[in-house]
Write a protein that binds this ligand. Structure first.
Ligand SMILES: [Zn+2]
Length: 332
């Protein structure tokens, strides 16, 4: 499949993602939408693509919906031959543990393209590699960022800060918007200095609508990370779910704080309100903390004293944001 066709498929998948589709209705709906957009594609070719996306952990199926991985979400929005295009397809490919270890071991050496299986054709039509005397290497200009991506992946982040920063840069570097909160302190991101080199603008836009694309990304990432359910009560009706900021949007001092899933929890409307108003919070181990004001009514609020967030979501950055929440929002 050509890169442009691959991207177009991703864009259509992203569009139909919110339509509550099952495994049975997914293919028909996809081709119906493709036809409506005058995009013709061979069915076997599409089935093969989905097979490889599932195998590489880039397409995840849930009971009543499915999700693309964040790197592919970003890749589908990149410009031809841009740095972000190369970095995002690289990160999508290394969602597969075999490709991760191959890249980790061959970052500065010669590359055997046949090692990348299905992804080979897409990868070679980006700027990810250079050809030196018929030998292939990763593009030396990208090595720093590829290392950054591999490191974040190892830390357990489902989307690296490298991609988030370059994506933010793509969306905002040319816009002259009025910003606020420049004086507020940013949490200590890993590689904070590198982030500021790529996207130096501090603060968030005064007009919240200007960050709509990043807020969509924020919600999409949280839906994926929390498997489309409230992390406390497991309600899974999308319309009842809120992508809840841990450090509130109004307090964010950098666009990446506002769009980073590590600054969020997926909660139902009830639990979002209790969290937002500081009636509940979480300690550094993810153990729930319940304010005295509601401590006598736990059943009504569907809360349990021994509830704990799953350890896989307790990334170092989410711990930082939760620390902010305890200090600034939690009612005693
Ligand atoms: Zn809930």
């Amino acid at each position: 499949m050509e890169k442009s066709e691959f991207k177009k498929c991703l864009q259509i998948i992203d569009k139909i993602e919110a339509w509550n589709l099952t495994k049975d209705t997914f293919f028909d709906t996809f081709f119906h939408q493709a036809e409506a957009e005058s995009f013709l594609l061979d069915q076997d070719m599409f089935s093969e693509m989905i097979h490889h996306l599932i195998e590489s952990n880039n397409f995840i199926q849930f009971d009543n919906t499915f999700d693309l991985s964040e790197p592919l979400y970003i890749f589908s929005r990149t410009q031809h031959h841009s740095k972000l295009e190369a970095l995002s397809i690289f990160e999508a490919m290394i969602q597969h543990p075999d490709y991760y270890s191959y890249c980790n071991n061959h970052l500065s050496g010669e590359i055997d393209l046949s090692s990348f299986g299905y992804f080979k054709n897409i990868l070679v039509s980006t700027n990810l590699f250079t050809n030196q005397n018929d030998r292939m290497f990763f593009n030396p200009d990208y090595l720093d960022d590829l290392t950054w991506i591999l490191k974040d992946k190892k830390e357990g982040y489902n989307c690296s800060y490298a991609l988030k920063t370059y994506y933010t840069h793509q969306l905002y570097h040319k816009l002259s918007l009025e910003f606020r909160n420049e004086e507020k302190e940013m949490i200590s991101f890993p590689n904070k200095e590198k982030m500021l080199t790529v996207f130096p603008k501090i603060g968030i836009p005064v007009d919240r609508d200007c960050s709509k694309e990043l807020q969509n990304f924020f919600k999409d990432t949280l839906l994926n990370e929390f498997k489309h359910q409230c992390c406390i009560c497991h309600i899974n009706i999308v319309q009842l779910l809120i992508a809840s900021h841990i450090k509130p949007f109004r307090d964010c001092s950098y666009l990446i704080e506002a769009m980073d899933n590590n600054n969020g929890l997926l909660l139902c409307r009830n639990h979002d309100y209790l969290f937002d108003q500081g009636y509940i919070s979480f300690d550094a181990d993810g153990q729930i903390i319940i304010s005295k004001e509601i401590a006598n009514n736990l059943d009504i609020y569907q809360l349990h004293q021994n509830f704990k967030l799953p350890s896989c979501v307790m990334t170092p950055t989410r711990k930082e944001f939760l620390s902010y929440h305890r200090k600034n929002l939690l009612k005693q």
